[in-house]
Design a protein around this ligand. Structure first.
Ligand SMILES: NC(=O)C1=CN([C@@H]2O[C@H](COP(=O)(O)OP(=O)(O)OC[C@H]3O[C@@H](n4cnc5c(N)ncnc54)[C@H](O)[C@@H]3O)[C@@H](O)[C@H]2O)C=CC1
Ligand SMILES: CC(C)CC(=O)C(=O)O
Ligand SMILES: [Mg+2]
Length: 367
């Protein structure tokens, strides 16, 4: 059996704390013969401190050669003043761009045990299971020009450019429609065609892609600001949401709170299948950032990171049984009342990062 090459990039802040819990799981799976071969690198502020770059060329090569990359989180106030080109977040953007990870899957599931403790009413989120499909390598995060110009009159101008070409919209729409077919067969496309030309094109191309290949899937369109409102008002109206890089970033943080906490939301970033092998480049990461406010305290919720590893098992290694088993272990531990601080509510057992990781591992082993 060929080794399964995992490249670990824990990053900064709570990234390494959450990744430590995944490393324990990998060790347990390897004892049972899973055959993961792991290597580890630096990204973000930790890479900047070591070599003045947000990710080194050597680590980029390892990421490109791996079957999957597991990523923690990057950033923090320590690096606020570093040059923009080498800021911690640049490491993540480079990984996404160079690995051509255009499809970012961000599922938001409300675990039954957390339905009562959300800031939203229980009936609004109970049973929630939606999937945000975010375009990840285009749009305003990457478009040129991207600069600050000195206008010479005491004023400056900040410029970011939103650019989308037809093929970029077509391929992300295709991913959303394909995934919808495995779920409730419903896609909602979100843009702002009322004020943005890229939104007009987005709407046209999604509509044409639907007509050409996916007319069996229900499609509707929503302006992205109204979409944000609807996500909070009645999120269960959605199945798959497809949107651009910026709206997807924002709407998935909104969706995170439907699940109880940013600490609960995993993600998978996938490239196109290789024409010969069918394999996709992939990176798995929690939706949250490095949470500098709680870093180093051992209290971060590791569930988003562990659930991202479950997505890795499912999408990169087709280990569907193990992925289900791990997701069930997370659910069972929540049913038993284990809570990190971010999801704590009255009468529950408050635990730290490692205790939560250990509890999930114990359930996984026992299943
Ligand atoms: N993928 C990545 O690496 C991302 C990095 N960032 C970076 O992270 C840094 C901090 O950004 P913020 O806006 O504060 O966003 P954040 O996601 O790091 O934190 C927002 C809030 O959620 C809480 N939180 C997040 N994850 C948690 C977890 N696992 N357990 C418990 N609580 C959790 C934090 O304590 C904080 O109160 C910035 O430098 C930002 O650029 C932000 C988002 C994504
Ligand atoms: C580059 C990241 C920090 C952007 C972000 O917030 C995200 O991808 O969720
Ligand atoms: Mg974000």
């Amino acid at each position: 059996m060929a080794a399964k090459k995992l490249f670990l990039l824990p990053g900064d802040g709570i990234g390494p704390e959450a990744m430590a819990e995944v490393k324990k799981l990998i060790a347990v799976m390897n004892k049972a013969g899973a055959g993961f071969e792991t290597d580890e690198g630096l990204v973000g502020g930790s890479a900047y401190d070591a070599h003045g770059q947000a990710i080194s060329e050597a680590d980029m090569e390892k990421a490109l050669a791996a079957d999957a990359v597991l990523f923690g989180a990057v950033g923090g106030p320590k690096w606020d003043a570093v040059p923009y080109e080498v800021r911690p977040e640049a490491g993540l953007l480079r990984l996404r761009k160079d690995l051509e990870l255009f499809a970012n899957l961000r599922p938001a599931i409300c675990y039954p045990a957390l339905a009562a403790s959300s800031s939203l009413k229980q009936e609004v989120i109970e049973g929630l299971d939606i999937l945000i499909v975010r375009e990840l390598t285009g749009g305003v995060y990457f478009g040129e020009p991207k600069q600050i110009i000195d206008l010479g009159n005491g004023q400056k101008r900040g410029i970011d450019t939103q650019v989308y070409d037809t093929f970029e919209i077509e391929r992300i729409a295709g991913v959303a429609f394909e995934l919808a077919r495995t779920r409730n067969n419903h896609v909602t496309s979100m843009e702002k065609r009322n004020v943005m030309k890229s939104g007009v094109l987005w709407n046209e191309v999604v509509t044409a892609t639907h007509k050409a290949k996916y007319s069996d899937v229900k499609l509707d369109h929503m302006l992205a600001d109204a979409g944000g409102m609807q996500l909070v008002r009645w999120p269960k109206q959605f199945d798959v949401i497809v949107c651009d890089n910026l709206f997807g970033d924002m709407l998935s943080d909104v969706a995170a709170m439907l699940t109880g906490s940013l600490g609960m939301l995993p993600s998978a970033s996938l490239g196109a299948p290789d024409a010969k092998t069918g394999k996709r480049k992939a990176l798995y990461e929690p939706v949250h950032g490095s949470a500098p406010d709680i870093a180093g305290k051992g209290i971060a919720n590791p569930i988003a990171m562990i659930a991202s590893f479950a997505m890795c098992l499912r999408y990169s290694f087709n280990m569907v049984v193990e992925a289900d088993r791990l997701e069930k272990a997370i659910s069972a531990v929540l049913d038993e009342g284990y809570r990190t601080g971010d999801i704590m509510s009255e009468g529950m057992k408050q635990v730290g990062t490692a205790e939560m990781g250990d509890a999930i591992m114990a359930k996984y082993r026992a299943a």
